[in-house]
Ligand binder design. Structure first.
Ligand SMILES: Nc1nc2c(ncn2[C@@H]2O[C@H](COP(=O)(O)OP(=O)(O)OP(=O)(O)O)[C@@H](O)[C@H]2O)c(=O)[nH]1
Ligand SMILES: [Mg+2]
Length: 219
């Protein structure tokens, strides 16, 4: 049987928790991507996220169990403004999402990056760029070359994928697993218990589902 690595904090053993926030315009598919990663399915119907929805998934990498706490944020200004400070507090990694069929969601990325930088997120916090809805091949407006240039300029990896297409599910997993691997490599990252995770459900905050998965580093 393989041993599970655990880290000791204040005399107690803890599974490390990594907080990953998912940011981008409304309707780009943030909820669907997080659903695909945490639940393994594409939700039949979604509504605009209000505040934040929490999802989590426990993964095992090189013998260490890690809890990935995914913050599915609201893209609509009116549904997010009271929550923005909470999004960025103690964040470990950021996923920026645009819709490959909607150029404005790509050009707006600079605003999302500015917001992130404006909340003093350390440059050491890894960030990735995700172009979603690649299944809509005939409707693509954002060329990969343009997205790649943008990602390079901002020191991010680019993933182009689809939350909807089941054949893309491994790519969706790779987005998050890649971040987890990078965070795991940052050995000084402290373990946290439930800091940043509301003890009680709050208005506009719902903790949805939990699934478990095992994986190896996709990077
Ligand atoms: N074709 C296609 N549609 C998708 C994909 N991902 C999401 N959608 C659709 O896009 C719409 C918006 O998806 P959501 O995940 O709710 O978008 P969101 O970014 O969470 O939006 P907000 O919560 O308002 O910020 C829904 O109708 C989804 O079914 C995808 O990969 N392909
Ligand atoms: Mg949403």
């Amino acid at each position: 049987m393989r041993g599970i690595a655990r880290y000791r904090c204040a005399g107690r053993d803890h599974t490390r928790i990594f907080k990953i926030i998912v940011i981008g315009d409304s309707n780009v598919g943030k909820t669907c991507l997080t659903f695909r990663f945490c639940g393994g399915t594409f939700p039949g119907k979604t509504e605009a996220t209000i505040g934040v929805d929490f999802r989590e998934k426990t993964v095992e990498i090189e013998g260490e169990r890690i809890k990935v706490q995914v913050w599915d944020t609201a893209g609509q200004e009116r549904f997010r403004k009271s929550m923005v400070e909470h999004y960025y507090r103690n964040v470990h990694a950021v996923v920026f999402v645009y819709d490959v069929t909607k150029m404005s969601s790509f050009t707006n990325l600079k605003t999302w990056i500015e917001e992130c930088n404006g909340h003093a997120v350390s440059p050491l916090v890894p960030r990735v760029l995700v172009g979603n809805k690649c299944d809509l091949k005939d409707l693509i407006q954002v060329p990969s070359s343009l997205a790649l240039k943008f990602a390079d300029a901002h020191n991010m990896l680019l993933f182009e994928t689809s939350a909807k297409d089941p054949q893309e599910s491994q790519n969706v997993d790779a987005i998050f697993m890649c971040l987890v691997c990078r965070l795991k490599a940052q050995r000084l990252l402290p373990c946290r218990d439930t800091e940043g995770w509301p003890a009680q459900p709050q208005p506009h905050c719902r903790r949805l589902d939990e699934a478990s998965g095992k994986g190896s580093c996709p990077c």
